[in-house]
Ligand binder design. Structure first.
Ligand code: HEM
Length: 446
C-alpha cells in the first residue's frame, strides 16, 4: 500500500469532472487517485468511476486531504460495521473540516457538546438509548404512520398541482421531498414549538458544518444556526414540558444502566442526531427516487399503479445512489483490512455508496433492476449494532411519496431545457438539490 501524494497538477478535463482515467498504466504514470477530491465537483457529480477505481486499485486507500482511510469494497465495509469492538463509532459526528476558533466560540457560548448518545456511542449506554428510538419506529408504528404520510403528501401536493397548472413547472425538492419527512417526523415524535422550515434550516446547517467543507465565513454563519438549534433543544429538554408520549418525554423517563436519569447534554445530543437523521436523509432519498424515476423511460405511470414497484424502486435507489454515501469508524488497535495494515486510531470512511455498486455482490451494478434478487443486501442503512433504526420509516416514506407524486402528477417530466441539478455534496450526504419538473402538455403546446 502506498500513500498517493496529492497531485499538484491542474486536473485535465479528462480527469476533472469525469472521474479518473484509470486504465493500463505505463511506467511513470502518476496515480490518478492522487487527484481524488471527495468534495470536488467531479466526484460529487459522478462518483462512480472514482469508486470503481478505488475498489479495484486501492480498496483500503489513505486520503491525505481528509486523513481518512477509504474502504470501498462491500465485504470490507460490512466487516468493519459488524465488528464494533475493533472499529468503534466514536468519530461518527466529528467535524471533517476543522472548525476555526471563532466558530468554536459561537458553539461554546451555547454550551454545545455532542456526548456519546446514538451513532457516536460505543459505550454500555448505547443499547438502552437505541431502544428509546426503535420504540418510535418499529414495524407497527411505521405501518400505523402510512395514513399520516399519505395525508401530509396530499396536503403538500395540492399547492404543487396549482403551481404547475398556473406556471407550468415546480421544484419538487423544496416544495415536497424536503418538507414531507420533516412534517412526518414532527408528528411521530411529538416535536412542538418550532416550524418545519426552521427545523429544516437548522438540520441542513448542521450537516454542512460537520460534514462539509465550507469557507470560513460560511462556517461562522452555520455555527450560529447550529448554536440556535442546540439552544432551542436544551431549553425544550430542560423545561420538562414535552408531552410524555413525545420523544423528549421518553428520554426524560429513560434510565441508564446505572439507574440514573439522562443528563441534559446527552438527551440533547440524542435529539440533535434523531431530529436531523430522521428527516434530512429521507428528504434526500425522496429527491433521488423522484429524479431517477422521472428519468427512467416508462417508469412514472407504472410507479403509480403497479403493486410493489414503488417499494422495489426505492430499494434499488438505496443500493445504487443512497443519500448517506459514507459513514465513519475508528480502529481501536492496529489491524489489517483488505490486505492493508491500519494503525491504531485509523479513521475509516466506509464508502457505502460504492459498496452498493460492488460487482462482486451486485452484478451489472450500473443497471437499475428493481427486481434484482439481492436488492435488500445493500449497506445504505449500515448493518449490525448501529444499523439505522429509521430504515423502515425511510423506506415507507419514500415509497408512499413516489406513488403519491406519480398518481397526482401523471403529466410531468423533468424540465427539458434545465441544466443538471446542482448536488448536495458533503462527506456523507449526496442528493440533487432540485427536482425541477414541467407539465408535458403545456410544453408540447408552446
Ligand atoms: C434514507 C434515509 C436514511 C438513511 C440512508 C440512513 C442511514 C443511516 C446510516 C448509514 C446509519 C449508520 C449505521 C451504522 O453505523 O451502522 C444510520 C444510523 C442512524 N439513523 Fe438513519 N438513515 C436514514 C433515515 C433515518 C430516519 C428516518 C431515522 C429516524 C427516524 C434515522 C435515525 C438513525 C439513528 C438514530 C441512527 C443511529 C443508530 C445507532 O447508532 O444505534 N435514520 N442511519
Amino acid at each position: 500500500m502506498t500513500f498517493p501524494a496529492l497531485d499538484a497538477r491542474v486536473p485535465s478535463p479528462a480527469t476533472a469532472g469525469h472521474g479518473p482515467a484509470v486504465g493500463p498504466r505505463s511506467p511513470g504514470t502518476r496515480d490518478p487517485l492522487g487527484l481524488l477530491d471527495l468534495f470536488g465537483d467531479g466526484f460529487v457529480r459522478d462518483p462512480y468511476p472514482w469508486l470503481d477505481a478505488l475498489r479495484s486499485e486501492s480498496p483500503v486507500h489513505y486520503d491525505p486531504v481528509t486523513g481518512l482511510w477509504l474502504v470501498s469494497r462491500y465485504h470490507d465495509a460490512r466487516r468493519v460495521l459488524l465488528d464494533p469492538d475493533l472499529f468503534r463509532p466514536d468519530n461518527a459526528q466529528h467535524a471533517v473540516s476543522p472548525l476555526p476558533v471563532a466558530a468554536l466560540r459561537v458553539l461554546a457560548r451555547v454550551g454545545f457538546t455532542l456526548p456519546p448518545a446514538l451513532a457516536n456511542n460505543g459505550t454500555p449506554s448505547h443499547p438502552g438509548l437505541r431502544r428509546v428510538v426503535t420504540r418510535f419506529f418499529n414495524a407497527q408504528r411505521v405501518e400505523a404512520a402510512v395514513p399520516v404520510i399519505e395525508r401530509i403528501a396530499d396536503e403538500l401536493l395540492d399547492p404543487v398541482r396549482v403551481r404547475i397548472a398556473t406556471t407550468g413547472g415546480c421544484d419538487l425538492f423544496t416544495s415536497f421531498a424536503q418538507v414531507l419527512p420533516c412534517r412526518v417526523l414532527m408528528e411521530l415524535l411529538g416535536i412542538q414549538g418550532v416550524d418545519p422550515a426552521t427545523l429544516i434550516r437548522w438540520s441542513d446547517a448542521s450537516l454542512e458544518l460537520f460534514w462539509g467543507r465550507p469557507a470560513l465565513e460560511r462556517q461562522l454563519e452555520l455555527a450560529e444556526l447550529v448554536g440556535e438549534f442546540h439552544q432551542w433543544l436544551t431549553a425544550t429538554v430542560r423545561s420538562g414540558t414535552a408531552a410524555s408520549s413525545s420523544f423528549i418525554g421518553a428520554l426524560a423517563r429513560h434510565r441508564l444502566p446505572n439507574g440514573k436519569a439522562l443528563d441534559v447534554e446527552t438527551a440533547v445530543g440524542a435529539c440533535f442526531f434523531v431530529f436531523i437523521a430522521g428527516q434530512s436523509t429521507t428528504g434526500q432519498l425522496i429527491a433521488t427516487v423522484l429524479r431517477r424515476a422521472l428519468a427512467e423511460s416508462g417508469l412514472w405511470p407504472r410507479a403509480a399503479r403497479e403493486a410493489g414497484l414503488a417499494e422495489a424502486w426505492v430499494e434499488e435507489v438505496l443500493r445504487r445512489e443512497p443519500p448517506v454515501t459514507t459513514w465513519r469508524r475508528v480502529a481501536v488497535r492496529p489491524t489489517e483490512l483488505g490486505g492493508v495494515r491500519l494503525p491504531e486510531g485509523a479513521q475509516l470512511l466506509l464508502m457505502l455508496l460504492g459498496s452498493g455498486s460492488d460487482p462482486a455482490v451486485f452484478p451489472d451494478p450500473e443497471q437499475m433492476c428493481p427486481r434484482r434478487a439481492n436488492v435488500r443486501q445493500h449497506l445504505a442503512f449500515g448493518v449490525g449494532r448501529h444499523r439505522c433504526p429509521g430504515a423502515s420509516l425511510a423506506r415507507m416514506e419514500a415509497a408512499v411519496a413516489l406513488r403519491a407524486v406519480a398518481r397526482r402528477l401523471p403529466g410531468v417530466r423533468l424540465t427539458a431545457k434545465g441544466a443538471p441539478s446542482p448536488m448536495l455534496g458533503l462527506l456523507s450526504f449526496r442528493a440533487p438539490l432540485h427536482v425541477a419538473v414541467e407539465a408535458i402538455s403545456r410544453t408540447a403546446a408552446s
